[in-house]
Design a protein around this ligand. Structure first.
Ligand code: CP3
Length: 350
């Protein structure tokens, strides 16, 4: 990686170094709330956009141009890898993602193929190359993948779920097949992240969006060993952000993956959690619904988070989950400006 990128605010914060202002980017910064995105979506399906490198790269770069954020995230989706495992993937407007056939029987784990990410996900690597070439040379690009638990949950449930009962009962009933499934998903995910790094991303985020449905003991025994393996396979090359929701009880265990940055959702107090976690960088954690309120509300809530951590090195500002589709676009830009302005003023004083 060249020095301009290495010295960027975002990567410095990943390393817990002091920065001039607090870096900020937003999960789902490219999405339906954005006019330019909806214009492209009117002509292409979501999957078509993900699978066409020129379109994915364009959406990635557009978001950064419009928002002035400190990092780009590749426009893609965590579920694309399930197509490589022979699943059909659809996105239905009222329902969300649908994965067919669902993995309903433990004996079917053995039939999941060993995948070649170059053959099945080469379009993602090409999107990384194009996005990297289209971004300002000093702006880091974040690659990502779904964590094995969250991918297994989509495979087993066949789509979204509130309680993940099928996934949890599979894990209890079929421990050997669970291990085999998690092993296959982890190997593929490590390959996938390494491919993105080879293609030009400067950091990776592992999304474990639904892991918060597990008890600490089950996380530790049935998930941590796999996520740890993935983090270990890429960490020497780029910083790793690990994010999940409803993870308050799991965070100390999630930290044991060896990740560089802990992503926090809005249900926890960022400062208190950071104090508890100790040596790590943190990312978060404004409630995305705040962006639906007034500018005064956005300013007050964002500044409260910044004030609470008092410029401690290693904070990357983000939402506690993705930008909601009904968010006014000017509010997103406003948030980015508030974070830069407030944290810049405080760092000039100290
Ligand atoms: O953050 C970014 O800007 C990068 C792009 C990105 C998308 N999905 C684009 C997307 C990223 C990082 C993801 C990750 C992802 N995908 C996660 C983990 C993060 C999280 O939200 O917890 C999950 C669970 C998925 C699965 C997924 N994909 C869901 C649940 C949905 C439907 C939800 C919805 O808003 O309809 C998607 C579709 C999706 N992924 C869209 C976008 C922009 C909306 C597609 C559209 O245009 O209709």
């Amino acid at each position: 990686m060249n020095d301009i990128l290495y010295q960027s605010r975002f990567l410095k914060a990943c390393r817990r170094e002091k920065t001039d202002v607090t870096p900020v980017w937003l999960m789902r910064q490219a999405g339906r709330y954005m006019k330019s995105y909806r214009a492209l979506r009117a002509k292409h399906s979501f999957l078509e956009m993900c699978r066409t490198p020129e379109l994915a790269a364009r959406v990635t770069v557009d978001a950064v141009d419009q928002l002035g954020v400190d990092a780009a995230i590749l426009f893609s989706d965590i579920l694309l890898i399930l197509q490589a495992f022979g699943r059909e993937l659809r996105y239905e407007s009222e329902v969300g993602p649908v994965v067919t056939p669902a993995l309903t029987e433990a004996r079917l784990v053995g039939r999941l193929p060993r995948i070649s990410v170059d053959e099945s996900l080469g379009f993602v690597f090409e999107a990384v190359r194009l996005a990297r070439a289209g971004l300002p040379p000093s702006l880091p690009l974040i690659g990502f993948a779904g964590a094995p638990f969250t991918l297994a949950a989509y495979l087993i449930e066949g789509g979204k779920s509130h309680q993940f009962v099928k996934t949890r009962s599979f894990m209890y009933q079929h421990p050997a097949e669970w291990d085999r499934l998690m092993g296959k998903l982890s190997d593929a995910t490590s390959d996938y992240l390494r491919g993105q790094i080879d293609a030009g991303v400067q950091a990776v985020q592992v999304f474990d969006s639904w892991v918060g449905c597990l008890s600490p003991a089950d996380y530790r025994n049935s998930v941590l060993p796999y996520t740890e393996r993935i983090v270990a396979s890429v960490r020497s090359r780029v910083p790793v952000i690990y994010f999940g929701t409803q993870t308050a009880a799991l965070l100390p265990w999630m930290k044991k993956t060896g990740c560089d940055v802990m992503g926090l959702d809005w249900r926890v107090d960022l400062k208190e959690e950071w104090d508890r976690l100790g040596r790590t960088a943190v990312m978060g954690n404004l409630d995305p619904a705040v962006l639906l309120a007034s500018r005064a509300d956005i300013k007050r809530n964002a500044e409260a988070i910044l004030r609470s951590v008092a410029g401690r090195p290693g904070h990357i500002f983000n939402l506690g989950h993705g930008v909601l589709p009904t968010t006014p676009p000017d509010h997103v830009k406003y948030l980015v400006d508030v974070v830069h302005r407030f944290s810049g003023a405080r760092s000039r004083l100290s």
